[in-house]
Structures are given as C-alpha cells and as structure tokens.
Design a protein around this ligand. Sequence first.
Ligand code: SF4
Ligand code: SF4
Length: 358
Amino acid sequence: MEYRQLGSTGLRVSRLGFGCIKFAQCKEPDVTAALHRALDLGVNFFDTARAYGTSEEMIGRALAQRRSEYVLATKSHGRSAAALTADLETSLRNLQTDYVDILFLHTVSDAETYEQVMGPGGGYEAAAKAKEQGKVAHIGVSIHRDLATMRRAIESGAFAVLMAAYSVIDQEGAGALLPLAARHGVGTVIMKPLSGGQLVSPPGPGGLPLSPDPVVTGVLRWILSNPAVDSVIPGMVSAQQVEDNVAAAERGPLAADERAELIAIVADLKKSYRYGQTCLRCGYCQPCPNGINIPAIFQAADEAREYPDNLKHMGRELYAAQERTAADCEECGRCMERCPAKLDIPRRLREAAQLFAG
Ligand code: SF4
Ligand code: SF4
C-alpha cells in the first residue's frame, strides 16, 4: 500500500481510504470483517460522519481496540458552535475514542453556509476550541460543487484537509482546484469516486456485482494517478470489496492505453453522473416524515431504466419491497433541503411512481 503525507497535517494516510457511508444498510458482522481486513491490508484511513446512521457506532465497536493503528475522520453538519459541539461529543462516544484525527465541517457548499460556520458562534469556532482541547487534531471541510467556496476555504488557511468529489467523469469540477489545495498544503481526500456506487460494471451472472469490477479498478487507479490526490475513500461494505480495492490501488497509475480503455468503457455505460442529474445514494435526505426510502426508490428506478433487459426485474423487485412508495410523497420539500445533489426529489418520485405504475 502506498502512503501519503496528508497535506501539512503530519498524518500519513493510505492512498486507499475507507468510506464508511454505507454501513447503516449492512449487517454488522460484514462491516466488522471489512474494517479489520482493511487495517490488516494496510488501509489506515477511515472516514465517517454523524449523518451516516449507525456507521460511527459500528466503527467504535469494531476498531476501538486498534485505535493507534488508524487515522479517523468524522463530520458534523453543525452550523452553530453548540450544534457542532453536541455532534462531536456524540461522535467521540460512538467511536469509543477521546479524539478524532480530522473533524470535517460537512457539506459547506455555498457562500451563505460558509459564512455561517465561519462567523461568530459558528461551527468552526467550536471545532477550533475542540482542537485546543485535544479532541480534534485537524479541521477539514467537505464541499460539493461550489468551486468559489472551495477556493475560499483552501486559501483561508483555516482548513488542513479538503474533501471533494472527483472522478473519471469529473462530477463537480473540483479536479481544477486539487493542485491549488496541494500548493497550500491542504490535504486532499476524494469522496464519491464511484458516484455513490453507480460507476460500476453492470451485474454479472445471477445479478451479482463483478469481483473485481474492472470499472471500479480503473476508476480508482485513474483517481490515484493524479498526484494532487492524497487519498480516495470509496464506500466499502465487505472484506471482498476491500481486497479488490486494495489490489486496484496497489496496481499504481494507469498507463496511457489503460486510461483510454477505461474512458471508452465508461462512455459505453452511457450514463451521466453530474450532480443534479442522478441520485448518489448518500442518504442525507433521510428520514422522510412519510417513511419513504428515497435512495432505494431512486436505485430501483435507475435499475429498471438502465439495467439490461434480463436484469430490469431487480429494480421492480426493489420497488415492490418498499413499505412506502413514491406515491406516498406529500411534497413537503424537507428532503430537498438536505440533498447535496440539489435533486428535485418530489418530481423524481412522481416519475418513479409513473414508471412502476401497473
Ligand atoms: S418531499 Fe416527499 S419524499 Fe421528501 S421528505 Fe417530503 S414527503 Fe418525504
Ligand atoms: S436524493 Fe439526494 S440526498 Fe437523497 S440519497 Fe439521493 S443524492 Fe443523496
């Protein structure tokens, strides 16, 4: 495994990190096995968030005894000092630790939010105090889409680490700012490398995911070929995925012909991954007061529309398994306020309801 200095933090992180965003949808023994397998194979950077359901608790239960072996990051959506402090205390309790290596201010993706968290009584103030108290070693920021805010955060000197989305089809344009971050000594962590699990090959025989998946392998190697990237954190949920992704990271940068081949394969998938077009399954929109599992319904619709004909039934079955369907949406709009992709969720639910009607 290759390791990098994470900006100027002094932290040494594996270039393949572990995104823990999907744990809440998984069986805990699988998660525990994946976490230990990762550590055993040299992955030493684990990223979670208060917003990731039971992810922090699962990490705490699985890895508390090995705390000295890994770099741990969590995130808070707390915009005020009080909210961030409360989040951090919960995170530390869940993670069974007395400090995190990085606390990210989560999804600071527009100027208004940036000013709120950086202003008097804002979340940054509490993060800085927690740093003085030794509960946080470094403060980071995760930002979607808004390149002006990203530039401002990098140049502010306030943040040690930037988390941004970047992939083969550059979803948000952050690739242009990664070298600037590197020049400012700001560590770079790449989230959503597989667009929330969509940038993958179609399922193989029996509807099972390919292992290893050449698209996933290629995309991870493509991202790690960029010298301005310190670490990439695909979401992983099984020891097998960990092994496949470690093997991918250890193959090193893509050669020119491999790069061309990957681009051709991705183009052949005929998908568009831009924010605002596709659900990334992040789950930030949950919970819906009407009990709708929004990412599951969007996944069902994507599968029913885009899978090969012999596999479209998977989407229909996933939709049929939902207790509350798209038709239960009352268009209150609460989910849209939390969606980093700024999707028009009620409209998309109406479209899904039509797709599956009858
Ligand atoms: S707009 Fe619909 S899906 Fe979104 S929170 Fe409200 S009821 Fe739930
Ligand atoms: S609808 Fe938006 S918030 Fe919900 S899972 Fe999809 S991208 Fe995430």
